[in-house]
Design a binder for this molecule. Structure first.
Ligand code: PBG
Length: 331
């Protein structure tokens, strides 16, 4: 079947002639409902600290996190994702603070719940903010040990569910953690809690500013290549997603975002499950730095970078631009 008549019967520019015509033929849209807002929590009261490598992003004390969660809800953003900045004195090799029911992340989750804000709270299941050596897993003799880390992650996940988290985000890339967390949640009466697995998380240099934001840069010894994925691999990403879905993940994520859009698209096309991308700190820093220099139109590249995720077929995106873009989308 021939669907395109020869020129001049077909002039594809006709549908692009005016803004209303372009609106009529637009294939995808970006709405505040597509956004998950990652936030950095710190100790203290009514205070905030800037993150130099992430212009416009600040670490916030729990009371301010609550205020921002309220703002997010009023902007129509369906979820916030909490990352704690743990005081260096609390970081240990065993990472015990990670499953303390009263740790910073759990207090923030609880405070949002107590405030009765109608927003989903996502939490991060990984040991790096709590780890004296900055790794996502427990380190023994220079090795990141898998199974012992999974046991720690299960304790951490249960404490987060107990604090009131709606979505747990294992970002650690250990093997077997989704199944172990899912089983523990069922057993503890938290069967309603969702898991958004960081299934295809690459060993990326785009995480640099985030590690500054959570204070893990100084602590990290070595790299994360024995657990995060090789940027050269694509088929492996599909195996990881398939494995995590089989273990009980409700949603899956590809990370970073823009440089891995091929992976995100392939995952959505193959599995047809709720699929998200994380537009990471380095992507955010890059766009902002160029905008600050006057080299790019900051607002335009922000919107263009985000519609790309929708066009690729994704259900949503974690982005530090969330409040700014939601404000624009809401007019
Ligand atoms: C670690 C974690 C990282 C990010 C989210 N969780 C960094 C890392 O793996 O070193 C990166 C997020 C970002 O760069 O915005 N568990």
């Amino acid at each position: 079947m021939r669907t395109i008549a020869p020129f001049p019967a077909t002039r594809l520019r006709r549908n692009r002639r005016s803004a209303p015509l372009r609106a009529l033929v637009r294939e995808t849209t970006l709405t505040p409902g597509d956004l998950i807002w990652p936030m950095f929590v710190m100790e203290g009261e009514n205070d905030s600290h800037e993150v130099p490598s992430m212009p416009g992003v600040r670490r916030l004390t729990v009371d301010r996190i609550v205020a921002e969660a309220r703002r997010a809800a009023s902007l129509g953003i369906p979820a916030v994702c909490l990352f704690p900045y743990i005081e260096p004195a609390l970081k240990t090799e065993a990472c015990e603070n990670a499953w303390d029911p009263d740790n910073l992340s759990n207090r923030a989750t609880n405070a949002i719940r107590e405030a009765g804000i109608d927003i989903a709270v996502m939490t991060d299941v990984a040991l790096d903010p709590y780890n004296a050596n900055g790794h996502d897993g427990i380190v023994r003799g220079g090795e990141i040990v898998n199974d012992e880390t999974v046991e720690a992650l299960v304790k951490m996940a249960l404490a987060q569910a107990e604090a009131g988290a709606d979505i747990l985000g294992p970002s650690d890339m250990m093997d077997g953690r989704v199944g172990a967390i899912r089983a523990a949640l069922e057993e503890a009466g938290h069967g309603h809690v969702s898991i958004m697995s960081y299934s295809a998380k690459y060993a990326s240099a785009f995480y640099g500013p985030f590690r500054d934001a959570v204070g893990a840069s100084g602590a990290l010894k070595g790299d994360k290549k024995t657990y995060q994925m090789d940027p050269a691999n694509a088929e492996e990403a599909l195996r990881l997603v398939e494995r995590d879905l089989a273990e009980g993940a409700d949603m899956v994520m590809v990370k970073p975002g823009m440089p891995y859009l091929d992976i995100a698209r392939a995952v959505k096309a193959h599995f047809r499950v709720p699929t998200y991308a994380y537009q990471v700190s380095g992507e955010y820093a890059m766009l902002n730095a160029a905008a600050q220099n006057g080299w790019l139109d900051g607002e335009a590249v922000m919107l263009e970078s985000l519609i790309a995720f929708k066009r690729a077929g994704l259900d949503g995106v974690l982005t530090y631009f969330a409040p700014r873009v939601a404000e624009i989308l809401n007019g």
